[in-house]
Design a protein around this ligand. Sequence first.
Ligand SMILES: Cc1cc2nc3c(=O)[nH]c(=O)nc-3n(C[C@H](O)[C@H](O)[C@H](O)COP(=O)(O)OP(=O)(O)OC[C@H]3O[C@@H](n4cnc5c(N)ncnc54)[C@H](O)[C@@H]3O)c2cc1C
Length: 281
Amino acid sequence: MVKGYRPGTLQEALELLAQETCTVMAGGTDLMVQRARGFSLRPKLDRPLVFIEQLKELKQIYKKDETLHIGPCVTLTDLLGHPHIPEIFKQMIGRMASPPTRNMATLGGNICNASPAGDTLPWFYAMNAKVKLQSSAAERTVPIDAFISGPKKTILGNNEILADIIIPDETFEINMYRKLGQRKGMSLTKASFLGLAMITGSTVTDIRIALGSVAPRIVRSPEIERTLKGKSINDIRSSAGEISQRYQPLITPIDDARSTAKYRKEASLNLIRHFLENMQP
Ligand SMILES: Cc1cc2nc3c(=O)[nH]c(=O)nc-3n(C[C@H](O)[C@H](O)[C@H](O)COP(=O)(O)OP(=O)(O)OC[C@H]3O[C@@H](n4cnc5c(N)ncnc54)[C@H](O)[C@@H]3O)c2cc1C
């Protein structure tokens, strides 16, 4: 039988992690599946659990100094109903799992799981989000792409909790999200695409493209984006095919139970092209 701690405050949770090597559990929707041993058997949990989903400090959503802060224990359902959450992100969340799972699953869990198929991640990459990691002795804030160090890998220490998600409070005129799966709901992602852009007159002043499930990490290229900023919409539309091909070397999917590498690659390049060809202010 594994031990479980249910701290009353974030500080208590951090002190527990400073004293003993434990596993942090938020909604448990990833953890319990990953540690499952088969029907009717208890999951294999080799370390004491520290439950954090009840911690009020980790459940806040607020805006401050032009940034949006989202607590890691905010559930996917909470996000769908909150006025500070941009519609495009709600659209992405709405395509995840099913209502019962969304009631349990937290944003922090999706980030810490660090799967290239994690459906919230393209938005955090596109928005240049940062995460605050806290231990009982210190805290550090790092960009999302530095936090996730590889597929299913993060730089989170054993004594740390992801304590805040910090997103520049920016909105985009053009927003496009597509999740390719077997069906609309309860489906694992074969490939996902997020495109955001700002237009002034007929000039593209900002553009961000992020793709999930098509490489070991979320694909985003600030270099390609830089070459598109300042161009006219018409120029971008007419060279959409050539621009999408520049993403070719970055898209390195695998064959797995959900899809083939060939389909994922072709579909991703088509989605990039579709976004660029159809940008409308
Ligand atoms: C039926 C089903 C359908 C699903 N569908 C989707 C889907 O469509 N798209 C998708 O992306 N995912 C999906 N998932 C996966 C999962 O629901 C999400 O990744 C969810 O957001 C995980 O959150 P959680 O709170 O349950 O994480 P947990 O399982 O509690 O934790 C996941 C990992 O993160 C760590 N962790 C969690 N919070 C913190 C924190 N604040 N600080 C430090 N470490 C932390 C845990 O130690 C663990 O390693 C699905 C899962 C199920 C069971």
